[in-house]
Design a protein around this ligand. Structure first.
Ligand code: SAH
Ligand code: F3S
Length: 485
């Protein structure tokens, strides 16, 4: 279960984030992030806004003036983890650092609003995902001894003009947000409530941000959105207002396939990834654009959540298992070497043994390279919480989850083994955790390889001959630079 557990851990673990300092800044910000990549990127936006307010980041909780935790509400466990962290801050405040102020950002802030201040006495500041620009004012409020809350969601905030400071960066790969919010209303999901309506960012500001990353020698950019396939720029605002936009705005609108094409053409030496795709909004145009450009990675995260039609319907996922299979067939037909990963929820309301078997069958059909698998966790405020019964017993959920994970693990190993004996291009992104003399690098399919460092450097594209593997890591020998350097 190693591979699967590792990736799940990465999704929920917090990270204390640090960055380069500005000399003139004297205040210290400790910021950590839980949950999705979007939260990591948002923390970079927050650090950028606060850098203008005299804050440099620190990794040391004990001397921080301001402690911010960017939170996740996706499952109950994610929230429990954050509450435990708040207890830790409490102890530090009490015994070591009485002057520190504590703020919560992100999805839990949005979900709990003022209630957070009552429930967790340590909290001075509550700021939702669309209100980070208000941080300077809110900090003034808490300096004046008042509690400060801003959880207003916006229909057009994209932070397009904020240049994120890269936190804990390896200097090689970075995230760039392209949409915020989600309009899909999957019945189990809290995101539409905590992150608001879907809106897209001006392609011009996306290209400018990528240019600034390329100028700093970054080699790989991941375009981020809750649902990248519904990216649509026609001049700003909510997607639902698109029809009302002027004819000119409609005629010049940019969708995700066009944006991807634009990025790949503009920066031919930069690798592009994107996440997350949604089967109901994904068009094959995107796959054709991927096929056309060598610098768009041949890897697709395509969550399905369940293999059962009854569950897909109850979840309000707008496709059937047959349609999903057809999409996957088409994707493999256009890009045979593509790697696929999934998100899967087991034990959703009313899930029968037969539904579960359908999920296992779908996994067998696709044989995903990776997977992120979860037991259903009821979230307050969602349609499922209001209208459906969370009726699958905990032990059944755990058993089904174990079965799904075991099968995914088998497929992961199978997919990994397909690389044996091949020579593939990898981008060096850091030192192997297990061996300081080895590099860790990633190929187009998002698979990790480790190999002896030799004279190669961080950020080099190298050809690696794959000789061995574990379930999730390739081992090999670098045999030279690739032509992408
Ligand atoms: N579109 C998003 C999905 C966000 S949530 C993205 O960019 O990744 C990530 C995953 O968490 C979902 O795909 C789903 O598999 C899982 N998830 C969401 N709500 C959940 C819940 N209530 N219980 C268990 N898992 C959940
Ligand atoms: Fe959540 Fe479904 Fe959107 S899983 S983020 S509501 S696509």
């Amino acid at each position: 279960m190693e591979q699967v557990e590792k990736v799940i851990d990465e999704k929920i673990q917090g990270k204390a984030l640090v960055t380069e300092s500005k000399q003139e800044n004297s205040k210290k910000l400790f910021i950590e992030s839980y949950g999705c990549q979007m939260n990591m990127n948002d923390s970079e936006i927050v650090a950028s806004i606060l850098s203008e307010q005299g804050f440099n980041t620190t990794q040391n909780l004990e001397n921080a003036d301001l402690v911010l935790v960017n939170t996740c509400s996706i499952r109950e466990k994610a929230e429990t983890t954050v509450r435990k962290r708040l207890q830790k801050y409490n102890r530090v405040k009490k015994h070591v650092n009485p002057k520190m102020k504590v703020g919560v950002l992100g999805c839990m802030a949005e979900r709990l609003k003022e209630k957070f201040l009552e429930e967790e006495k340590i909290v001075d500041l509550v700021v939702g995902p669309d209100a980070y620009r208000d941080l300077p004012n809110l900090l003034e409020e808490i300096d004046a001894g008042r509690d400060a809350v801003n959880v207003i969601l916006s229909k057009d905030e994209t932070y397009g003009d904020v240049s994120p400071v890269r936190l804990n960066s390896n200097g090689v790969s970075a995230f760039v947000s392209i949409t915020r919010g989600c309009d899909n209303m999957c019945t189990f999901c809290v995101v539409p409530f905590t992150r608001g309506r879907e809106r897209s960012r001006d392609p011009k500001s996306i290209i400018e941000e990528i240019q600034s990353m390329v100028d700093k020698n970054f080699k790989e950019i991941t375009l981020l959105g809750q649902n990248v396939d519904s990216y649509l720029w026609y001049g700003g605002g909510l997607k639902k207002d698109f029809k009302k936009a002027s004819e000119l705005a409609q005629a010049t609108a940019v969708g995700f396939a066009e944006l991807l094409d634009l990025c790949a053409k503009e920066f031919p030496k930069t690798r592009f990834r994107f996440s997350t795709s949604n089967p109901q909004d994904m068009s094959l145009d995107v796959i054709h654009v991927m096929a056309k450009h060598k610098n768009i990675c041949k890897y697709l995260h395509l969550p399905v959540q369940s293999g059962s039609n009854a569950m897909l319907k109850a979840m309000n996922r707008q496709h059937t298992r047959e349609e999903y299979k057809e999409l996957v067939d088409n994707i493999f037909r256009i890009i045979p070497e593509i790697a696929l990963s999934q998100d899967m929820i087991v034990g959703f309301c009313g899930e029968t043994e037969e539904d579960h078997q359908d999920t296992l069958e779908l996994l067998e059909y696709v044989k995903y390279d990776y997977g992120f698998m979860f037991a259903y966790s009821e979230r307050p405020g969602t349609l499922a919480a209001k209208k459906m019964e969370d009726d699958v017993p905990k032990e059944t959920k755990q058993r089904r989850l174990a079965e799904v994970i075991a099968l995914q693990r088998k497929h992961g190993l199978y997919r990994t083994q397909q690389h044996l004996g091949k020579t593939e291009e990898f981008l060096i992104e850091g030192t192997s955790k297990k061996d300081p003399n080895q590099w860790k690098a990633r190929n187009t399919q998002n698979m990790v390889a480790v190999f002896a460092k030799g004279d190669y450097k961080l950020g080099d594209f190298v050809n690696v001959k794959i000789e061995d593997c574990t379930s999730a890591t390739l081992k090999g020998t670098a045999i030279g630079y690739s032509d992408n350097n």
